[in-house]
Design a protein around this ligand. Structure first.
Ligand SMILES: Cc1cc2nc3c(=O)[nH]c(=O)nc-3n(C[C@H](O)[C@H](O)[C@H](O)COP(=O)(O)OP(=O)(O)OC[C@H]3O[C@@H](n4cnc5c(N)ncnc54)[C@H](O)[C@@H]3O)c2cc1C
Length: 319
């Protein structure tokens, strides 16, 4: 088992094939997920990101007729999936760890579990809003921003736990990734302000960055240059998604606050069905990958949504 940064530095300047998967919906069997990952093993990804899905709130009628708000998790199981990935594929899992839905003690307990499992990497995030709310509310005594969460993980890496004061506590050894947004995080008033906050995460101890998906490489190139000017010198892994339906052309920009290049949109609009859109999406991503490789990216990170077909169609051309 190794750290993401070690994997990146061991690859002799060649970008790594990297993937993100999501846990199945509650009640599903893990076999479906493992079967979806299996074909991607052909390209030896050295690590796999596993997303974390916080609770959402639904109204539920109780036996006495009253209505209660219930917290429920649609996609639990991040930690178990990490363990299954280690056992079955002997690959480093990178669990996503969130501020949202956790207080600091619960975060510490989660990190202890991960440490006992032998997980050496985490992606530290603030997390999405708890549905159906339209703003981020930290849990009482939880973190509000990802830089604070990075601070807690770094403290544990020094052997500093929240309440224990013994001198020789077992220090964890997590390599810490954080998120960044080449087209700006939607809440930030400007890219400059967002950059300031990214710098906070790096100064707090982040080891590498993974970007939000983008379809215009220029946005990534400009973003990386800006980071370097601001003294952010850790690896910046580009996030990629293969657009494969006309519906995604509408949804992805709204969901992730990103732009689609006009040329790409025109090609999608000209398609008669989603089979053609998929092909256009694959070809676009292949072109993106080739340019990114020329730029010298450390890895190509694919948001797979736990499906292998489009990612593999791109990756087989590239790696
Ligand atoms: C690679 C990647 C993986 C992801 N995986 C998941 C996942 O598994 N589960 C999930 O729920 N979500 C996930 N997300 C989504 C992410 O949680 C959301 O985008 C969230 O809104 C922001 O998370 P963050 O860690 O970037 O937040 P932060 O870095 O905390 O930033 C959030 C906002 O606050 C601002 N800000 C940051 N610090 C400060 C500060 N100290 N003072 C004032 N303003 C500040 C920032 O500019 C930004 O606008 C992922 C995103 C990416 C890019």
């Amino acid at each position: 088992m190794a750290k993401v940064t070690e994997h990146l530095s061991k690859n002799n300047g060649k970008p790594i094939f990297s993937i993100e998967i999501i846990p199945p919906t509650k009640g599903s069997n893990i076999d479906g997920l493992l079967n979806a990952i299996e074909p991607m093993m052909e390209l030896n990804p050295p690590f796999i990101d596993v997303t974390y899905h916080r609770e959402e709130y639904i109204s539920k009628q109780m036996p006495d007729g009253s209505i209660r708000e219930i917290a429920t998790r649609k996609r639990p199981g991040t930690v178990g999936i990490c363990s299954a990935i280690m056992q079955k594929f002997k690959i480093d899992p990178v669990p996503h760890v969130l501020c949202g839905g956790f207080n600091k003690d619960e975060t510490e307990d989660l990190l202890i579990d991960l440490n006992y499992l032998g997980v050496e990497n985490v992606l530290a995030l603030r997390g999405d809003y708890a549905k159906p709310y339209d703003s981020f509310m930290p849990k009482e005594d939880g973190h509000t921003y990802a830089n604070e969460l990075v601070g807690q993980i770094v403290a544990m890496n020094r052997g500093q736990y929240l309440h224990e004061e013994a001198e020789y506590l077992n220090a964890s050894n997590f390599c810490i990734g954080v998120a960044a947004y080449p087209e700006k995080h939607f809440e930030a008033d400007s890219l400059d302000f967002d950059m300031l906050n990214l710098k906070r995460k790096v100064d707090a101890g982040a080891d590498y960055i993974v970007t939000q998906m983008f379809f215009d490489n220029q946005k990534y190139f400009e973003f990386v240059n800006l980071c370097r000017q601001e003294g952010i010198n850790i690896p910046i892994i580009p996030g990629l998604k293969v657009l494969s339906t006309k519906k995604q052309m509408e949804i992805l920009p709204k969901l992730f606050y990103l732009g689609l290049p006009e040329e790409f949109k025109k090609s999608i609009q000209a398609c008669e069905n989603d089979k053609q859109v998929k092909q256009v999406g694959i070809e676009w991503t292949i072109q993106q990958c080739r340019e990114l490789m020329e730029f010298g990216v450390p890895a190509l990170h694919f948001y797979t949504m736990s499906k292998s077909d489009t990612t593999m169609a791109v990756a087989r051309e590239i790696f």
